[in-house]
Design a protein around this ligand. Structure first.
Ligand SMILES: NC(=O)c1ccc[n+]([C@@H]2O[C@H](COP(=O)([O-])OP(=O)(O)OC[C@H]3O[C@@H](n4cnc5c(N)ncnc54)[C@H](OP(=O)(O)O)[C@@H]3O)[C@@H](O)[C@H]2O)c1
Length: 339
Protein backbone atom coordinates (compact mmCIF):
# COMPACT_ATOMS: atom_id res chain seq x y z
CA UNK A 1 0.00 0.00 0.00
CA UNK A 2 1.23 3.51 -0.83
CA UNK A 3 2.04 5.83 2.09
CA UNK A 4 -1.10 7.15 3.73
CA UNK A 5 -1.82 10.76 2.81
CA UNK A 6 -3.10 12.93 5.65
CA UNK A 7 -5.07 16.12 5.22
CA UNK A 8 -5.04 18.43 8.23
CA UNK A 9 -8.20 20.51 8.69
CA UNK A 10 -7.36 23.59 10.78
CA UNK A 11 -4.05 25.24 11.58
CA UNK A 12 -4.41 26.09 15.27
CA UNK A 13 -2.65 25.00 18.45
CA UNK A 14 -3.28 21.27 18.35
CA UNK A 15 -2.57 20.93 14.62
CA UNK A 16 0.83 22.56 15.18
CA UNK A 17 1.51 20.44 18.27
CA UNK A 18 0.69 17.16 16.57
CA UNK A 19 2.56 17.97 13.35
CA UNK A 20 6.12 16.96 14.44
CA UNK A 21 4.84 13.55 15.55
CA UNK A 22 4.39 12.55 11.91
CA UNK A 23 8.16 11.91 12.00
CA UNK A 24 7.34 8.85 14.12
CA UNK A 25 4.56 7.55 11.88
CA UNK A 26 5.78 5.06 9.28
CA UNK A 27 4.43 5.12 5.73
CA UNK A 28 2.53 8.35 6.14
CA UNK A 29 2.90 11.91 4.92
CA UNK A 30 1.03 15.15 5.38
CA UNK A 31 -0.35 15.63 1.88
CA UNK A 32 -2.43 18.76 2.44
CA UNK A 33 -3.63 21.35 4.90
CA UNK A 34 -6.89 23.31 4.86
CA UNK A 35 -7.56 26.66 6.46
CA UNK A 36 -10.08 29.48 6.28
CA UNK A 37 -7.28 31.74 5.03
CA UNK A 38 -4.50 31.48 2.46
CA UNK A 39 -2.06 32.99 4.96
CA UNK A 40 -2.66 30.33 7.63
CA UNK A 41 -2.62 27.50 5.10
CA UNK A 42 0.69 28.60 3.56
CA UNK A 43 2.37 29.23 6.90
CA UNK A 44 1.29 25.79 8.16
CA UNK A 45 2.58 24.16 4.96
CA UNK A 46 5.91 25.99 5.47
CA UNK A 47 6.02 24.77 9.06
CA UNK A 48 5.35 21.20 7.94
CA UNK A 49 8.07 21.41 5.30
CA UNK A 50 10.64 22.65 7.82
CA UNK A 51 9.52 20.26 10.59
CA UNK A 52 9.22 17.02 8.67
CA UNK A 53 12.42 16.13 6.84
CA UNK A 54 11.96 13.86 3.80
CA UNK A 55 8.29 14.85 3.52
CA UNK A 56 7.19 16.89 0.50
CA UNK A 57 5.63 20.27 1.27
CA UNK A 58 1.88 19.74 1.84
CA UNK A 59 -0.52 21.38 -0.58
CA UNK A 60 -2.04 24.45 1.09
CA UNK A 61 -5.76 25.03 0.60
CA UNK A 62 -7.52 28.24 1.62
CA UNK A 63 -10.73 26.21 1.64
CA UNK A 64 -11.78 23.16 3.65
CA UNK A 65 -14.01 21.99 0.78
CA UNK A 66 -11.19 22.07 -1.76
CA UNK A 67 -8.84 19.98 0.37
CA UNK A 68 -11.48 17.26 0.51
CA UNK A 69 -11.27 16.93 -3.27
CA UNK A 70 -7.53 16.23 -3.15
CA UNK A 71 -7.03 12.61 -4.29
CA UNK A 72 -3.79 12.35 -2.28
CA UNK A 73 -5.72 12.80 0.97
CA UNK A 74 -6.73 9.41 2.39
CA UNK A 75 -7.57 10.51 5.92
CA UNK A 76 -8.60 13.89 7.31
CA UNK A 77 -7.44 14.97 10.78
CA UNK A 78 -10.12 17.34 12.05
CA UNK A 79 -8.35 19.84 14.32
CA UNK A 80 -10.84 22.70 14.54
CA UNK A 81 -12.99 23.84 17.51
CA UNK A 82 -15.76 21.40 18.52
CA UNK A 83 -18.81 22.79 16.64
CA UNK A 84 -16.86 22.74 13.38
CA UNK A 85 -16.01 19.01 13.70
CA UNK A 86 -19.36 17.79 12.40
CA UNK A 87 -19.54 19.64 9.06
CA UNK A 88 -15.91 18.81 8.26
CA UNK A 89 -16.27 15.16 9.30
CA UNK A 90 -19.48 14.70 7.30
CA UNK A 91 -18.04 16.43 4.21
CA UNK A 92 -14.86 14.34 4.45
CA UNK A 93 -16.89 11.12 4.68
CA UNK A 94 -19.04 12.26 1.74
CA UNK A 95 -15.80 12.71 -0.22
CA UNK A 96 -14.79 9.14 0.65
CA UNK A 97 -12.10 10.04 3.19
CA UNK A 98 -11.36 8.35 6.50
CA UNK A 99 -11.49 10.66 9.53
CA UNK A 100 -9.59 11.19 12.77
CA UNK A 101 -11.60 13.75 14.75
CA UNK A 102 -10.04 15.57 17.68
CA UNK A 103 -11.74 15.27 21.05
CA UNK A 104 -14.46 16.14 21.74
CA UNK A 105 -15.79 14.25 18.71
CA UNK A 106 -18.69 16.73 18.32
CA UNK A 107 -20.20 19.51 20.42
CA UNK A 108 -23.42 17.54 20.99
CA UNK A 109 -24.43 13.91 21.32
CA UNK A 110 -26.72 14.30 18.30
CA UNK A 111 -23.78 15.58 16.27
CA UNK A 112 -21.54 12.71 17.34
CA UNK A 113 -24.28 10.21 16.45
CA UNK A 114 -24.70 11.77 13.01
CA UNK A 115 -20.99 11.41 12.24
CA UNK A 116 -20.89 7.81 13.48
CA UNK A 117 -23.97 6.88 11.44
CA UNK A 118 -22.47 8.46 8.31
CA UNK A 119 -19.15 6.65 8.74
CA UNK A 120 -20.86 3.29 9.36
CA UNK A 121 -23.27 3.79 6.44
CA UNK A 122 -20.35 4.51 4.11
CA UNK A 123 -18.09 1.82 5.55
CA UNK A 124 -15.35 4.38 6.14
CA UNK A 125 -12.88 4.56 9.02
CA UNK A 126 -13.65 7.02 11.82
CA UNK A 127 -12.03 7.53 15.20
CA UNK A 128 -11.94 10.12 17.98
CA UNK A 129 -8.45 11.47 18.67
CA UNK A 130 -8.24 10.66 22.35
CA UNK A 131 -4.47 10.29 22.42
CA UNK A 132 -4.45 9.04 26.04
CA UNK A 133 -5.95 5.69 25.09
CA UNK A 134 -3.00 4.83 22.85
CA UNK A 135 -0.13 5.74 25.16
CA UNK A 136 2.11 2.76 25.96
CA UNK A 137 1.75 3.01 29.74
CA UNK A 138 -2.04 3.17 29.52
CA UNK A 139 -1.96 0.01 27.40
CA UNK A 140 0.16 -1.58 30.17
CA UNK A 141 -2.31 -0.40 32.79
CA UNK A 142 -5.21 -2.01 30.95
CA UNK A 143 -3.26 -5.27 30.70
CA UNK A 144 -2.56 -5.19 34.45
CA UNK A 145 -6.25 -4.62 35.21
CA UNK A 146 -7.31 -7.37 32.79
CA UNK A 147 -4.81 -9.73 34.46
CA UNK A 148 -6.64 -9.12 37.74
CA UNK A 149 -3.71 -7.42 39.47
CA UNK A 150 -6.04 -5.20 41.51
CA UNK A 151 -8.93 -7.66 41.63
CA UNK A 152 -12.39 -6.53 40.57
CA UNK A 153 -12.48 -2.84 39.65
CA UNK A 154 -14.83 -0.96 41.98
CA UNK A 155 -14.25 2.70 41.18
CA UNK A 156 -12.36 5.36 39.28
CA UNK A 157 -11.44 8.71 40.82
CA UNK A 158 -9.73 11.61 39.15
CA UNK A 159 -9.45 15.27 38.26
CA UNK A 160 -8.24 17.41 35.41
CA UNK A 161 -7.84 21.05 36.36
CA UNK A 162 -6.25 23.59 34.01
CA UNK A 163 -6.30 27.21 35.15
CA UNK A 164 -6.61 29.49 32.13
CA UNK A 165 -7.14 33.27 31.94
CA UNK A 166 -10.75 33.84 30.97
CA UNK A 167 -10.87 35.15 27.41
CA UNK A 168 -14.37 34.96 25.92
CA UNK A 169 -12.92 35.08 22.39
CA UNK A 170 -10.70 32.03 22.89
CA UNK A 171 -11.86 28.59 21.77
CA UNK A 172 -11.57 27.38 25.36
CA UNK A 173 -14.29 29.77 26.55
CA UNK A 174 -16.22 30.95 23.48
CA UNK A 175 -19.69 29.32 23.37
CA UNK A 176 -19.70 29.63 19.57
CA UNK A 177 -16.54 27.50 19.53
CA UNK A 178 -17.75 24.86 22.00
CA UNK A 179 -15.91 26.36 24.97
CA UNK A 180 -16.07 25.18 28.57
CA UNK A 181 -14.54 22.64 30.90
CA UNK A 182 -16.66 19.63 29.94
CA UNK A 183 -15.90 19.49 26.22
CA UNK A 184 -12.25 20.44 26.70
CA UNK A 185 -11.28 18.52 29.88
CA UNK A 186 -14.27 16.48 31.03
CA UNK A 187 -14.02 14.42 27.87
CA UNK A 188 -10.69 12.97 29.10
CA UNK A 189 -11.99 12.09 32.55
CA UNK A 190 -15.26 10.60 31.27
CA UNK A 191 -13.42 8.72 28.54
CA UNK A 192 -11.10 7.22 31.14
CA UNK A 193 -14.04 6.10 33.30
CA UNK A 194 -16.09 4.71 30.41
CA UNK A 195 -13.02 2.84 29.15
CA UNK A 196 -12.67 1.02 32.50
CA UNK A 197 -16.25 0.80 33.80
CA UNK A 198 -18.39 0.87 30.66
CA UNK A 199 -21.63 2.83 30.35
CA UNK A 200 -22.92 4.56 33.47
CA UNK A 201 -26.51 3.89 34.46
CA UNK A 202 -26.81 7.30 36.12
CA UNK A 203 -24.93 10.59 35.75
CA UNK A 204 -25.06 13.36 38.35
CA UNK A 205 -23.25 16.65 37.86
CA UNK A 206 -22.91 20.05 39.49
CA UNK A 207 -20.76 22.97 38.49
CA UNK A 208 -20.27 26.68 38.00
CA UNK A 209 -20.39 28.85 34.89
CA UNK A 210 -18.25 31.66 33.51
CA UNK A 211 -20.02 35.02 32.97
CA UNK A 212 -20.68 34.08 29.32
CA UNK A 213 -22.52 30.90 30.33
CA UNK A 214 -19.99 28.15 29.54
CA UNK A 215 -18.96 25.73 32.26
CA UNK A 216 -16.02 26.77 34.44
CA UNK A 217 -15.81 23.71 36.66
CA UNK A 218 -17.78 20.52 36.98
CA UNK A 219 -17.96 17.68 39.50
CA UNK A 220 -19.43 14.41 38.26
CA UNK A 221 -20.64 11.18 39.78
CA UNK A 222 -21.10 8.28 37.37
CA UNK A 223 -22.90 5.20 38.67
CA UNK A 224 -22.22 1.91 36.91
CA UNK A 225 -23.70 -1.55 37.11
CA UNK A 226 -22.31 -3.70 39.92
CA UNK A 227 -22.28 -0.83 42.43
CA UNK A 228 -19.24 0.72 40.77
CA UNK A 229 -18.69 4.47 40.55
CA UNK A 230 -16.55 7.14 38.97
CA UNK A 231 -16.01 10.45 40.78
CA UNK A 232 -14.50 13.04 38.49
CA UNK A 233 -13.82 16.78 38.58
CA UNK A 234 -12.60 19.19 35.92
CA UNK A 235 -11.98 22.92 35.93
CA UNK A 236 -10.76 25.79 33.79
CA UNK A 237 -10.76 28.24 36.70
CA UNK A 238 -8.52 26.47 39.21
CA UNK A 239 -5.34 24.42 39.01
CA UNK A 240 -4.85 20.86 40.17
CA UNK A 241 -2.60 17.88 39.70
CA UNK A 242 -4.51 15.87 37.09
CA UNK A 243 -4.55 12.63 39.07
CA UNK A 244 -6.42 9.47 38.23
CA UNK A 245 -6.73 6.20 40.12
CA UNK A 246 -8.46 2.89 39.49
CA UNK A 247 -9.50 1.09 42.67
CA UNK A 248 -10.11 -2.64 42.97
CA UNK A 249 -10.84 -5.33 45.53
CA UNK A 250 -7.12 -6.27 45.81
CA UNK A 251 -5.39 -2.94 45.23
CA UNK A 252 -5.30 0.23 43.21
CA UNK A 253 -3.45 1.79 40.30
CA UNK A 254 -2.27 5.37 40.39
CA UNK A 255 -1.89 7.03 37.01
CA UNK A 256 0.73 9.66 37.59
CA UNK A 257 -0.21 13.22 36.64
CA UNK A 258 -1.17 14.40 34.27
CA UNK A 259 -3.32 11.37 33.70
CA UNK A 260 -4.30 12.22 30.13
CA UNK A 261 -0.68 11.84 28.97
CA UNK A 262 1.17 9.77 31.57
CA UNK A 263 4.39 7.84 31.17
CA UNK A 264 4.25 6.20 34.61
CA UNK A 265 1.73 4.24 36.67
CA UNK A 266 2.11 2.66 40.09
CA UNK A 267 0.35 -0.59 40.97
CA UNK A 268 -0.42 -0.90 44.69
CA UNK A 269 -1.42 -4.31 46.05
CA UNK A 270 -2.11 -5.21 49.63
CA UNK A 271 1.10 -6.42 51.33
CA UNK A 272 3.24 -5.95 48.23
CA UNK A 273 5.80 -3.20 47.51
CA UNK A 274 4.25 -0.82 44.96
CA UNK A 275 5.27 -1.70 41.44
CA UNK A 276 6.20 1.10 39.05
CA UNK A 277 5.56 0.73 35.33
CA UNK A 278 7.22 3.25 33.05
CA UNK A 279 6.71 3.43 29.32
CA UNK A 280 7.73 6.61 27.54
CA UNK A 281 5.68 7.98 24.69
CA UNK A 282 7.24 8.54 21.30
CA UNK A 283 7.42 12.16 20.17
CA UNK A 284 4.88 14.32 21.95
CA UNK A 285 2.60 11.34 22.45
CA UNK A 286 0.31 11.83 19.47
CA UNK A 287 2.17 9.43 17.17
CA UNK A 288 0.52 6.41 18.83
CA UNK A 289 -2.99 7.41 17.73
CA UNK A 290 -1.72 8.34 14.26
CA UNK A 291 -0.04 4.94 13.93
CA UNK A 292 -3.29 3.24 15.02
CA UNK A 293 -5.18 5.01 12.23
CA UNK A 294 -2.61 3.84 9.65
CA UNK A 295 -2.75 0.29 10.98
CA UNK A 296 -6.55 0.20 10.83
CA UNK A 297 -6.56 1.54 7.26
CA UNK A 298 -3.97 -1.02 6.17
CA UNK A 299 -5.98 -3.81 7.82
CA UNK A 300 -9.18 -2.60 6.16
CA UNK A 301 -10.80 -1.91 9.53
CA UNK A 302 -13.35 0.89 9.87
CA UNK A 303 -13.00 1.28 13.64
CA UNK A 304 -10.25 1.06 16.20
CA UNK A 305 -10.68 -1.58 18.88
CA UNK A 306 -8.71 0.70 21.24
CA UNK A 307 -11.01 3.70 20.73
CA UNK A 308 -14.25 2.23 19.34
CA UNK A 309 -17.04 4.50 18.14
CA UNK A 310 -19.48 3.04 20.66
CA UNK A 311 -17.26 4.43 23.43
CA UNK A 312 -17.15 7.81 21.69
CA UNK A 313 -20.96 7.79 21.58
CA UNK A 314 -21.16 6.80 25.22
CA UNK A 315 -18.77 9.58 26.28
CA UNK A 316 -20.74 12.13 24.24
CA UNK A 317 -23.99 10.91 25.84
CA UNK A 318 -22.51 11.38 29.32
CA UNK A 319 -21.16 14.83 28.42
CA UNK A 320 -24.57 15.85 27.10
CA UNK A 321 -26.16 14.83 30.39
CA UNK A 322 -23.49 16.67 32.41
CA UNK A 323 -23.91 19.84 30.35
CA UNK A 324 -27.70 19.74 30.69
CA UNK A 325 -27.36 19.43 34.46
CA UNK A 326 -25.00 22.39 34.76
CA UNK A 327 -27.07 24.47 32.33
CA UNK A 328 -24.96 24.63 29.16
CA UNK A 329 -26.28 24.08 25.64
CA UNK A 330 -23.95 23.56 22.71
CA UNK A 331 -24.58 23.32 18.98
CA UNK A 332 -22.81 21.81 15.99
CA UNK A 333 -22.31 23.91 12.87
CA UNK A 334 -23.97 22.78 9.66
CA UNK A 335 -21.71 24.62 7.20
CA UNK A 336 -18.02 24.13 6.55
CA UNK A 337 -15.84 26.87 8.06
CA UNK A 338 -14.87 29.56 5.59
CA UNK A 339 -12.97 32.85 5.69
N1 LIG B 1 -5.41 16.13 21.95
C1 LIG B 1 -4.98 17.19 22.59
O1 LIG B 1 -4.02 17.16 23.34
C2 LIG B 1 -5.67 18.51 22.35
C3 LIG B 1 -5.10 19.68 22.87
C4 LIG B 1 -5.72 20.90 22.57
C5 LIG B 1 -6.88 20.91 21.80
N2 LIG B 1 -7.40 19.73 21.35
C6 LIG B 1 -8.62 19.73 20.52
O2 LIG B 1 -8.27 20.22 19.23
C7 LIG B 1 -9.32 21.00 18.69
C8 LIG B 1 -8.80 22.38 18.35
O3 LIG B 1 -8.30 23.00 19.51
P1 LIG B 1 -7.14 24.12 19.42
O4 LIG B 1 -6.76 24.42 20.82
O5 LIG B 1 -6.09 23.71 18.47
O6 LIG B 1 -7.97 25.36 18.84
P2 LIG B 1 -7.40 26.64 18.12
O7 LIG B 1 -6.00 26.91 18.53
O8 LIG B 1 -8.40 27.70 18.31
O9 LIG B 1 -7.35 26.23 16.58
C9 LIG B 1 -8.47 25.80 15.88
C10 LIG B 1 -8.28 26.05 14.40
O10 LIG B 1 -9.50 25.64 13.76
C11 LIG B 1 -9.70 26.43 12.60
N3 LIG B 1 -11.10 26.90 12.58
C12 LIG B 1 -12.05 26.50 11.72
N4 LIG B 1 -13.18 27.11 11.95
C13 LIG B 1 -12.98 27.96 12.97
C14 LIG B 1 -13.80 28.91 13.63
N5 LIG B 1 -15.09 29.10 13.28
N6 LIG B 1 -13.27 29.62 14.62
C15 LIG B 1 -11.98 29.43 14.99
N7 LIG B 1 -11.14 28.56 14.38
C16 LIG B 1 -11.64 27.82 13.37
C17 LIG B 1 -8.71 27.57 12.66
O11 LIG B 1 -7.73 27.29 11.67
P3 LIG B 1 -7.74 28.15 10.31
O12 LIG B 1 -7.62 29.58 10.74
O13 LIG B 1 -6.56 27.64 9.61
O14 LIG B 1 -9.03 27.85 9.60
C18 LIG B 1 -8.09 27.49 14.03
O15 LIG B 1 -6.73 27.85 14.03
C19 LIG B 1 -10.44 20.94 19.74
O16 LIG B 1 -11.29 19.89 19.41
C20 LIG B 1 -9.70 20.66 21.02
O17 LIG B 1 -10.48 20.05 22.03
C21 LIG B 1 -6.80 18.55 21.59
Amino acid sequence: MAPIGWGIAGTGRIARTVLPDFIHVPDAHVAAVASRTREHAESFADLAFSTLPDHPRPRAYASYAEMLEDPDVDVVYVATPHPQHKPIALAALAAGKAILVEKSFAATHAGASEIVEAARAKGLFAMEGIWSRFLPVIREMDLAVAAGEIGEVTSVQGDLFALRDFDPEDRLFNPELGGGATLDLGVYAINFAVGRLGSPTRVTAAGSLFPNGVDADVAMLLEHRGERTATLAVSLRADGPGRMAIHGTHGWIEVEPRFHHPSRIVVHRRGVIPQVHEAPQSGRGYSHELIEVGQCLRDGRTESTIMPLDDTLEVSRVMQSVLEQVGVTHHDDEELPHG
